[in-house]
Design a protein around this ligand. Sequence first.
Ligand SMILES: Cc1cc2nc3c(=O)[nH]c(=O)nc-3n(C[C@H](O)[C@H](O)[C@H](O)COP(=O)(O)O)c2cc1C
Length: 186
Amino acid sequence: MEKQIFEILKGRRAIYPEQFNDEEITPEAVQQLLEVMRYAPTHRLTEPWRIHVFMNDEKTKLAHFLKNKIDEAAGKPGKGERTVEKFERSQAILVVGYQKDERERVPEWEELAATSMAVQNLWIYTRTMGMGGYLSTGKATIDGVTEYLNLPESEVVLGIFYLGRSTHIPRERPARSVDEFTKWYL
Ligand SMILES: Cc1cc2nc3c(=O)[nH]c(=O)nc-3n(C[C@H](O)[C@H](O)[C@H](O)COP(=O)(O)O)c2cc1C
């Protein structure tokens, strides 16, 4: 069991839209995936994570809105088209963010931290569900999505999670040894 969990954690990887296949993901399957976010740790139970799911025509509409924003930010056309292609290859786009606590019971970084942990849950679980994806945090995309959704100042977008079906297993990546990031006081 311990070994299995270790392998699952090690197997969480960034899977890019080029590695997605064409198999459908239903809204029900996305819902099932999102369930694991509920169990992330959260200080004072603020449960700050917020997700906006885009699929089908709504995904296409958002892609074209972002294309223009990304091209504007880059100062030349081309980069936005790449985003449209990634949207097309994805079954769903999850806009990931957090809600600041109106009562300021916890500092904002804790809302960000709790949301990151919820994303980690989701990211790990994609593999179990035969899916893959990655978090993308380009500034033009974040600004564009925030504008598109007309979000209040209290809701912060962290990025978008491209989601698709995939069985791709990436090459192992280098990862620092425990000794490189740990000091022991025994
Ligand atoms: C907070 C955060 C932001 C990220 N933003 C991007 C991004 O904008 N574009 C990108 O290609 N990958 C992004 N990634 C994915 C990383 O590039 C990826 O996790 C890294 O290469 C390690 O690979 P692995 O996830 O397969 O272990 C992001 C990851 C994190 C945790």
